[in-house]
Design a protein around this ligand. Structure first.
Ligand SMILES: *Cc1c(COP(=O)(O)O)cnc(C)c1O
Ligand SMILES: [Zn+2]
Length: 411
């Protein structure tokens, strides 16, 4: 399916495949449109995919890049783990965890950045940039260094220290802005019109967002080219959530998958829940909010793809829920203690919403459920502080036995 044009999601006007993102006619967002495949033989396509590299580039037939670039940091092909102990705890039968913390910079942002940077290089850009809630900063800095591109990474100054350190280490220009993400994004939109830079999530956004489709492709392939019944995924701007659905839809259209689009459940933090609130209120648009949550990677108060996320949840019979900071911490703990996977706060949001849905009986116990864990717990370590106590002892047998006795007396 060769990419054909950028097309306005609202009025369908076509534009060349350049670094642009808004429709000049109606100000709607642009997305990549593909030419229809002449003769799509699903068996042949499947063979091509299976012979591909163990990275997201095995799906390059479905991405807006001419050839898979060489010499880049490979992203994707992360584990899909069956989580029976978690399922049992929730009263469900089949729960899978797509662990996207297992990417080079430990979040799903490696996927979107891989595609945006590959396209930026094709378009001849020397400098890449982004407005980030944290994980995108890590990914842009790392992939730019691997590709030998200059980078400018803009973050809110109050970001978790782990994410700042894990960005600075790659070199590149790191700019901490005194403001929240929405302020950072506004500044970057102004900068994008002043400089010849590829802002991965602004003027490169149509290409960037295509990277998230690979989460759907991988899930389906790892399930033996089958679909889940339900999907739980976090929402910040809503791009990831809607593009997972687009991935499944593309494969349904060409016959690589059979059946119906899964039911989509979105997950937000209560401290930044413009999409969940609009869903509950029956609105088609999101009212912007000022974020106040420990889930900083999801703290986008004015989500660009909010209306499309609402539409997806409604047409797939799903929902969009929000959970408190305490529920997020519980979600992190529940996942760690039943699967051995330590996720960051965004994953805590996803697991807490999964638990909430299971509790209110919204999930058929026999459904095949996939929950998307999008980031690594070591990046938001503060959330683990105070949730347990280590035994501190002298290096003697007696001291250990004493401590063990004390611990078991308490328990
Ligand atoms: C960016 C991000 C998301 C989702 O972002 P969208 O803007 O909705 O695509 C989810 N989880 C983590 C950890 C992220 O960094
Ligand atoms: Zn338009």
């Amino acid at each position: 399916m060769p990419p054909e044009s950028l097309r306005c999601k609202e009025c369908k006007t076509n534009y060349p495949l350049e670094a642009r993102y808004v429709c000049e006619r109606c100000f709607g967002p642009l997305e990549v449109a593909y030419a229809a495949r002449a003769s799509a033989d699903p068996a042949e396509l499947r063979r091509r995919i299976q012979a591909g590299p163990h990275s997201l580039w095995r799906y390059s037939d479905f991405l807006p890049v001419k050839a898979p670039p060489r010499g880049l940091l490979p992203a994707g092909w992360t584990p899909l783990v069956r989580a029976d102990r978690l399922a049992e705890q929730l009263g469900l039968r089949e729960v899978w965890i797509k662990n996207d913390a297992a990417n080079p910079t430990h979040s799903f942002k490696d996927r979107v950045v891989s595609v945006a940077l590959a396209r930026a290089r094709e378009l001849g850009f020397q400098t890449v940039a982004c407005a980030s809630t944290g994980n995108l900063a890590n990914a842009v800095a790392a992939h730019a260094s691997a590709a030998g591109l200059e980078s400018y990474v803009f973050i809110p100054a109050d970001l978790e220290e782990q994410k700042i350190l894990a960005t600075g280490v790659y070199g590149g220009n790191l700019v901490a802005v005194r403001g929240n993400y929405d302020d950072v994004n506004r500044l970057c939109t102004e900068l994008a019109s002043e400089h010849e830079w590829a802002f991965v999530n602004i003027n490169m956004r149509p290409y960037y967002s295509e990277g998230s489709k690979t989460l759907a492709f991988e899930t389906a392939e790892q399930l033996g080219f089958e679909l889940p019944d339900r999907v739980i995924a976090p929402i910040a701007s809503g791009s990831l959530f809607t593009k997972i659905a687009r991935g499944f839809e593309e494969w349904l259209e060409i016959g690589l998958l059979q059946g119906e689009l899964p039911t989509f459940h979105g997950a937000q933090a209560a401290g930044c829940s413009p999409v969940a609130t609009a869903f509950q209120d029956g609105q088609d648009f999101c009212r912007p909010v000022k974020p106040d949550t420990i889930a900083k990677s999801l703290a986008i108060g004015n989500p660009a793809d909010g209306p499309y996320a609402l539409d997806l949840a409604r047409r797939s019979n799903g929902s969009i829920d929000s959970v408190s900071d305490d529920e997020i911490r519980e979600g992190i703990k529940l996942l760690a203690r039943t699967t051995g996977i330590f996720t960051e706060t965004a994953g805590g949001v996803t697991v807490a919403v999964l638990a909430k849905l299971a509790e209110r009986g919204a999930i058929d116990p026999d459904d095949r459920v996939v929950a998307y864990i999008t980031g690594e717990g070591l990046k938001t370590l503060d959330c683990a502080r105070g949730t347990f106590e280590a035994w501190e002892i002298e290096p003697t047998l007696a001291s250990f036995e004493q401590a063990a006795e004390r611990a078991h007396a308490v328990a």
